[in-house]
Design a protein around this ligand. Structure first.
Ligand code: PAF
Length: 280
């Protein structure tokens, strides 16, 4: 496994691999890897010839007052995990090189980024699409693996890939959960034991929504109401949103449409923002 820190070198390697006819799989991450990230590597391993994983805490996707400075970091551990998982290249660029002098070009998706997380984090997705467009140009992937946990991110990136004709296939991997159901996230490391107890209510409330649909309830308001009741049991929880939307275009749905509806939620547990979702 090679660790590459320069953009030029990474791009030369990727273009060279493409010329040799090799298929490149790519896993973009912000590091502090967990089993969810590693499952993304696994999902590509047998589909491509070479797997590149990037580690870059992207400043442009953090809003003012968000956790950019505290974002957890452990490159040595990440590199060991990648080695064990059969990653071929780990790309760890420097912020000064990614966003060089007088950087002024952004990639903006204008429809799907207005709702859900985009309402409270208005510049977040523009940071995500910009860095991913840059990383795609640098790493030249044929396939990119993304986690279902960041469902809106997946939807936005799929749209960007389609709209801007990136020749990339997206592989979406299931959310990996801790034994108690908490969706894996690098941000879980911020949670104190008391906060973590409240965090479990996200999964519990989503399960309740699934059960209600199984019982034949199709009214979105009724389901959202029950989800809210469960989340309100968490003394430290402040709900950002609970929505049931169409999984392709994020339009709100009044009624559940089987396999087309997804329940998405975002909460604050004191200063920690967590998201989760489930297709219902
Ligand atoms: O999901 C993430 O970790 C980030 O948003 C991504 C896709 C690596 C872009 O910085």
């Amino acid at each position: 496994m090679q660790i590459i820190r320069s953009i030029d070198e990474m791009q030369k390697i990727s273009l060279g691999l493409k010329q040799e006819g090799k298929k490149i799989g790519f896993v973009p991450t912000m590091g502090f890897l967990h089993k969810g990230h590693l499952s993304l590597v696994d999902s590509l391993r047998n589909r491509v010839d070479v797997v590149i994983l990037s580690i870059f805490v992207n400043p442009t996707q953090f809003g003012v007052g968000e956790d950019l400075d505290q974002y957890p970091k452990n490159h040595e551990r990440d590199i060991e995990l990648c080695k064990d998982r059969g990653t071929d290249f780990v790309f760890i660029p420097k912020s000064e090189e990614i966003y060089g002098d007088r950087f002024s070009t952004f990639t903006i998706e204008e429809e799907l980024t207005k709702c859900l997380c985009g309402s409270t984090r208005p510049t977040h997705f523009q940071g995500v699409t910009t860095i991913c467009a840059k990383l795609f140009n640098i790493c030249q992937p044929n396939m990119v693996a993304l986690g279902q946990k960041d469902f809106q991110q997946v939807t936005v990136l799929k749209r960007m890939i389609k709209d801007l004709n990136f020749p990339i296939k997206v592989v979406v991997c299931d959310t990996m959960r801790e034994k108690d159901g908490l969706a894996m996230s690098s941000r879980n490391s911020y949670l104190s034991p008391i906060q973590r107890r409240d965090a479990l209510l996200l999964y519990k409330s989503i399960q309740r929504a699934v059960n209600l649909v199984d019982e034949g309830i199709v009214d979105s308001d009724q389901i959202k109401e029950e989800v809210l009741t469960i989340l309100k049991c968490g003394k430290l929880i402040q709900v950002d949103y609970i929505e049931i939307v169409d999984k392709e275009n994020l339009d709100p749905l009044n009624k559940i449409t089987p396999n087309q509806s997804i329940i998405v939620l975002a909460v604050w547990i004191e200063k920690v923002r967590l998201i989760d979702n489930q297709i219902i």
